[in-house]
Write a new protein. Structure first.
Lengths: 326, 335
């Protein structure tokens, strides 16, 4: 086991991917000389040179679209779109091109492209820098959506994403970069399954990405009250691994879905709908969710905290399902 | 009404065979699209259908200046590009009919003709959508040391899109081998150039990125080919992108749904005096490179090819609905 930060794990994944395959290159805003907005790509320019670590102009539409073209042309690009907020400027390239080309060309033009972006709130950077739109991307057929929520996944998901023949969008919650954790020597190549991060029996807490540490914290608090919670990390937001989710739902008979996207049309809504479709009669309580309040994320800390899913809200939701009060 | 220049004239600097090859492709496009319009009326072709009639010299002249190994990125008005590129007419018509034998397996239709074999990276139905893709294709070639030109076709309407400016900048900044081919037919759907652009000199806009530019008469297949030849030579020899504006005109409405109320009928008629087929035919005849019999034979061949394509499409098979999600993603475990 080695201890490292999520950021270092990501960097190591990039270094290994660039070293292993000459078709792999990285491009995005300030990924080179600056070292990456979140310092993920620091040092890679020196190591791999400006051909393979390319600083781009502030042209999200063009450089994401160019990533699509380069993938069509035989390369394996990693395009970093700084944050999900700016990915809105590149939606045409992602939604209308990357996601459609294999199907719309009758199978002739797959797009083996990896797009990475930071997501989420919690750092007092206000409404335009705090979005979570994983649910939008996860609703689009033709792309795979990953959300590494642990240090090991930060290290291990990039390489299989690059080997995947279709576009993969990777969401990295900005609050996770400083998180430290132990990573095993052996690598996982799993970009298909959800993972049970904490086994339990009384309530299933289903979450992903930046909400995972909060949910694990909530599970500890619940344990102190005698509530044995299971925590399921979705990891892969499209296609959803419902086998793992349904097994947990059937075992615990109560489910809270924790998701930082806005409540309406949230990813939580989709997960809940699928549980209701398949495991309704196995449940002992209505499905519950903890999402972001439907307001633009405010700057002031107490307001931002109030808007986002927090361990206390998760604990309260679980208690309600179990008929406990405080 | 926009002023119209005199019809293209002057000597055709090509041997007879080469000149006839250009004419043949223009006639093939014209006859193919006339059939498409007929079959649209008959309900065999549905959805959007954008005809290239009047603009044939652009695709023919430009693509005859390129090489088989080059990449082509086109727009939703791309039947002509696909035909000239060598995509079989059968498979194009079958695509329009929504059949499995279509070049996009019935998934694309008129606006999304794809063909890996001839490196046709699609018709794209988002105005400007092809521009960033062409930059990426050229980037891949540059990084892999492949000598190839990526020709990107787009209308003047796309030059109001951010995608155009971002793509020009990136291609010029990284000196990528992109040949930007602007098909300026003067109308972005129903909006005339002067009603949508503060700067109507398109070459001035492109030149602001430090990209060399050229303007050519898009109704003259010779002028188009000569402009494209020079431009592709610049791009191919590693000097970075080049921008060519082909000034042309579409004789039909924007699409089959367009009542065409925004143009002066006199303007359309005036542009028809500059028709790329009849003016080129007249020049070849005047130079003794074409007889009426030869023209009629060539026209009959095109008609016969079109009839065969329509019969092929009619006999084509519908994709089974069980295969609806075919080619959405790679099969599990594929590399």
């Amino acid at each position: 086991m080695t201890r490292m930060s999520y950021r270092e794990a990501m960097r190591q994944a990039h270094r290994e991917a660039l070293a292993a395959d000459p078709r792999v290159f990285l491009m995005g805003e300030d990924v080179g000389l600056y070292g990456g907005t979140y310092a993920v790509t620091k040092g890679l320019l020196d190591e791999f040179g400006p051909q393979r670590v390319r600083d781009t102009p502030l042209s999200e539409l063009a450089f994401v679209g160019a990533g699509v073209g380069a993938a069509l042309g035989g390369m394996r690009p990693i395009v970093e779109v700084m944050t999900v907020n700016f990915s809105l400027l590149a939606l045409d390239a992602i939604v209308n091109t990357a996601a459609l080309y294999r199907h719309m060309s009758g199978g002739q033009f797959p797009v083996p492209l990896v797009i990475r972006m930071a997501t989420g709130a919690g750092r007092q950077v206000a409404a335009q820098h705090s979005h979570s739109f994983e649910n939008w991307y996860a609703s689009i057929p033709g792309i795979r959506v990953l959300a590494p929520g642990t240090v090991a996944d930060a290290r291990d998901m990039l390489v299989p994403a690059l080997a995947h023949p279709d576009p993969v969008v990777i969401f990295e919650h900005a609050q996770l970069y400083n998180m430290e954790g132990e990573v095993p020597e052996e690598r996982s190549a799993d970009i298909r399954s959800a993972a049970v991060r904490r086994p339990g029996s009384m309530v299933s807490l289903v979450t992903y990405g930046g909400s995972l540490p909060k949910t694990l914290e909530a599970a500890e608090a619940l344990a102190a009250e005698g509530i044995d919670a299971e925590v399921v990390d979705l990891r892969v937001l499209r296609p959803l691994d419902m086998d793992t989710v349904l097994a947990s739902a059937r075992k615990c008979r109560r489910v809270v879905v924790v998701d930082e996207t806005w409540r309406s049309g949230s990813l939580a809504a989709e997960v809940m709908a699928r549980i209701a479709e398949s495991a309704f009669y196995d449940l002992d309580a209505p499905l519950a969710r903890v999402c972001t309040e439907e307001v633009p994320i405010p700057y002031a800390k107490h307001l931002e905290d109030a808007a986002l899913p927090q361990p206390a809200k998760i604990v309260a939701a679980a208690r309600t399902l179990l008929g406990r009060s405080r | 009404m926009i002023a119209v220049a005199p019809p293209p004239s002057g000597p055709v600097p090509y041997a007879k065979d080469q000149a006839l090859a250009l004419l043949r492709d223009m006639v093939r496009i014209r006859r193919f699209e006339e059939k498409c319009a007929e079959m649209y009326g008959a309900g065999k072709i549905r959805g959007f259908l954008h005809l290239y009639i009047g603009e044939e010299a652009v695709a023919v002249g430009a693509l005859h200046a390129l090489r088989p190994e080059d990449n082509i990125v086109a727009t939703y008005r791309e039947h002509g590009h696909a035909l000239v590129r060598g995509v079989p007419m059968d498979s194009i018509m079958a695509e329009m009919y929504g059949k499995r034998e279509g070049c996009s397996r019935g998934r694309g239709g008129s606006m999304h003709l794809f063909d890996a074999k001839t490196r046709l990276y699609g018709g794209n139905a988002i105005v400007g959508g092809g521009l960033p893709i062409s930059v990426g294709l050229a980037l891949a070639d540059a990084m892999q040391g492949v000598s190839r030109v990526t020709a990107c076709f787009f209308g003047e309407g796309a030059m109001a899109e951010g995608a155009f400016h971002e793509s020009m900048n990136l291609a010029a900044l990284w000196k990528l081998p992109v040949l930007f081919c602007c098909e300026n037919n003067l109308y972005a759907m129903g909006t005339a150039l002067a009603r949508s652009e503060s700067q109507t000199d398109l070459c001035v806009k492109a030149a602001s990125y430090g990209v060399p530019t050229l303007r050519a008469d898009g109704q003259d297949v010779v002028a188009v080919r000569e402009a494209a030849l020079g431009a592709q030579e610049h791009v191919r020899s590693g000097h970075g992108p080049f921008f060519v504006e082909f000034q042309t005109y579409r004789y039909r409405a924007h699409s089959m749904f367009d009542p065409d109320l925004y143009r002066d009928k006199g303007e359309v008629e005036a542009w028809k005096t500059r028709g790329p087929l009849h003016t080129f035919t007249a020049r070849l005849k005047a130079e003794g490179k074409l007889t009426e019999e030869e023209f009629l034979a060539l026209d009959r061949e095109a008609d016969a090819e079109v009839e065969r394509a329509a019969a092929f499409a009619e006999a084509g098979t519908p994709e089974p609905t069980e295969d609806l999600a075919r080619d959405l993603c790679a099969p599990e475990g594929a590399r």
